[in-house]
Design a protein around this ligand. Structure first.
Ligand code: FES
Length: 569
């Protein structure tokens, strides 16, 4: 092992080092606790407002146990807790802020390595992006999915069951009693959403990248094996420092190829496109939408998990978990890629068994042949848009219809249920000003509500297009992440009611059938709206955020020359 970074704070004959040591004494620690031992920062994104992470208090203790056992010195460091269920306008507005906090925590303190504790949606990419930029050995500890929901004799899926129930309620089919039972029983334990939403997609993606222990992302949060896994994470974090296993050695092109392929096999969330692109750009790896689409297209969807399938994350765990799915996918993976264990992906998945073919389908009998996520381009989205075909209605994947345009979210809320709205099931609903700048923060508004009068008539899906994102637990024929977004003058800003829009997912096209001269005329009169935030983080975000196809990172945070270590004096 080379000299510990923390020794440059603690083991020198200087007044500053004396001060650091005396303050460690104040905390109750002496040299026998830390001298010559890797100091492991346990970055904890738990808080009283984050139910997905409410077991983290105990898990921090489990990690510490492992760190002590392996001869390290653990220090818990809380970081911003992005609780998806509560933050407005969207936790996505704060993903990059969390990443900055993590990067600077690791840089400014006497730390040799890190355990990154996250799981609730944006915490996972935020933690990894920050740790990658800090460049210290790190290992991700996934929160794990919550137990299956249950009410009225039915299994309930995070988000997915609620969206369905809400549409039925708007159609007048669900009563208050059932509503309350679902409210009580849909989320009934610690842990992240248990569908293949963004949380479970991203924790699996990070495991596939090699930054988490093999199999760890599938373990339910309240299973005793989760606590066992946490102490193993603690032990491994110390070894990763001793091996100098920095993220750049793990996060290679091959690692990102594996992550995208695993997401495709899981039928993962559209949000993974934005997050994986952002993480890759932090790591200096070129992952663009074209490569994403090509990799996805090669991979059959094997995981039969909601919202695209029938089962939930608990079932995936009992069926063998992600290791088993990756083993089944092994001929499509880069098996030589290194993981945080110091072993390769191939070594880590060897011998993993699928226990239930209904949950993890065989390669020759997939849920979807390839391309669960697809990237579209065309006159409406010159820089790309994304659709999750497996969660869409097959009969709408090729569709042409007149636009019904909503100028922003408030306009949509005001008018969508008006009886006089000129809309038919063949219409295409479009939402403007919902992108990274326009939202701001690119909220999950992409599953636009269907007009009540169509719901009452039995309609349950229509083509919907926006520059927003969509919850990974959602479903429907929703074209998302249109880039460039409307708030910066992308073609989406120029669409008017009645314009013909054509969607061709197999052909990967999204087009606005309006002559170029007419669009040029409309552009001459288009003006950006006033900024939502005039100060603070929101202003910094909106003035520096990249577009969706580039990962929505802030332009000054992407890969660049290394930041020097803070001066030690
Ligand atoms: Fe935390 Fe879904 S609300 S993962």
């Amino acid at each position: 092992m080379t000299e510990l970074r923390s020794a440059r704070w603690l083991d020198t004959d200087s007044l500053r080092a004396f001060g650091h040591r005396s303050r460690l004494r104040q905390l109750g620690y002496g040299p026998s606790d830390y001298r010559g031992k890797p100091i492991i920062a346990i970055i904890d994104t738990g808080s009283d407002i984050n139910p997905c992470h409410m077991h983290f208090r105990q898990r921090v203790e489990d990690v510490k146990r492992g760190v002590w056992q392996a001869g390290g010195f653990p220090l818990e460091m809380p970081a911003m807790s992005l609780a998806e269920a509560f933050q407005r306008p969207t936790s996505m507005l704060y993903r990059n802020m969390l990443s900055m906090e993590v990067e600077e925590l690791l840089r400014s303190y006497p730390v040799d390595g890190a355990v990154l504790m996250g799981g609730c949606d944006k915490t996972t990419p935020g933690l990894v992006m920050g740790a990658v930029s800090a460049g210290l050995p790190c290992i991700f500890l996934p929160a794990g999915p919550m137990l299956r929901g249950n009410a009225c004799g039915k299994v309930l899926a995070s988000g997915t069951s609620v969206w369905k129930m809400w549409a039925d309620r708007r159609a007048g089919l669900v009563g208050e009693e059932e509503m309350e039972a679902v409210e009580r029983g849909v989320a009934r334990s610690a842990g992240q959403c248990m569908t293949m939403g963004t949380a479970s997609t991203m924790t699996a993606a990070v495991e596939a990248l090699g930054l988490a222990l093999p199999g760890s992302s599938s373990v339910p949060a309240v299973d005793s094996r989760h606590a066992q896994m946490a102490s193993e994470v603690g032990r491994r974090s110390v070894a990763a420092v001793r091996d100098n296993l920095t993220p750049d050695k793990i996060l290679t092109d091959a690692a990102f190829d594996n992550a995208v392929r695993v997401v495709a096999a899981l039928g993962g969330s559209t949000n993974s496109v934005v997050h994986l692109v952002a993480m890759a750009r932090r790591a200096g790896v070129s992952l663009d939408l074209t490569r994403f689409d090509r990799l996805c297209a090669e991979v059959p969807m094997l995981a039969n998990i909601a919202p695209s399938g029938e089962y939930l994350m608990e079932d995936l765990f009992y069926a063998g978990g992600l290791r088993a799915l990756m083993a089944r996918l092994s001929e499509l993976l880069e098996l030589g890629a290194l993981t945080v264990t110091g072993r390769t992906v191939g070594e880590e998945i060897a011998g993993a068994t699928v226990y239930d073919d209904k949950v993890i389908r065989p390669l020759e009998d997939p849920l979807w042949p390839g391309g669960s996520l697809a990237v579209l381009r065309g006159t409406l989205a010159p820089d790309g848009a994304v659709i999750k075909q497996t969660a869409a209605s097959r009969e709408l994947l090729v569709h042409r219809g007149p636009a019904v345009v909503f100028r922003d979210y408030e306009d949509m809320e005001r008018r969508v249920d008006e009886e006089g709205l000129e809309v038919t099931p063949a219409s295409v609903l479009l939402l403007q000003r919902a992108g990274p700048v326009g939202g701001p923060g690119m909220p999950e508004w992409g599953q636009l509500p269907l007009p009540k009068k169509l719901l009452r008539a039995g309609v349950r899906d229509m083509v919907r297009i926006s520059d927003a994102r969509m919850s990974g637990t959602s479903f429907g024929t929703c074209v998302l992440h249109v880039a460039p977004e409307s708030a910066v003058g992308g073609p989406l800003a120029l669409v008017r009611d009645g314009d013909l829009v054509s969607l061709d997912v197999p052909g990967r096209r999204l087009d606005l059938e309006v002559p170029a001269e007419e669009l040029a005329r409309r552009r001459d009169t288009w003006a950006p709206g006033p900024p939502y935030y005039k100060r603070g983080w929101g202003k910094l975000y909106a003035t520096t955020v990249r577009q969706a196809n580039e990962g929505c990172d802030l332009d000054f945070l992407e890969y660049g020359p290394p930041t020097p270590e803070p001066p030690i004096h």
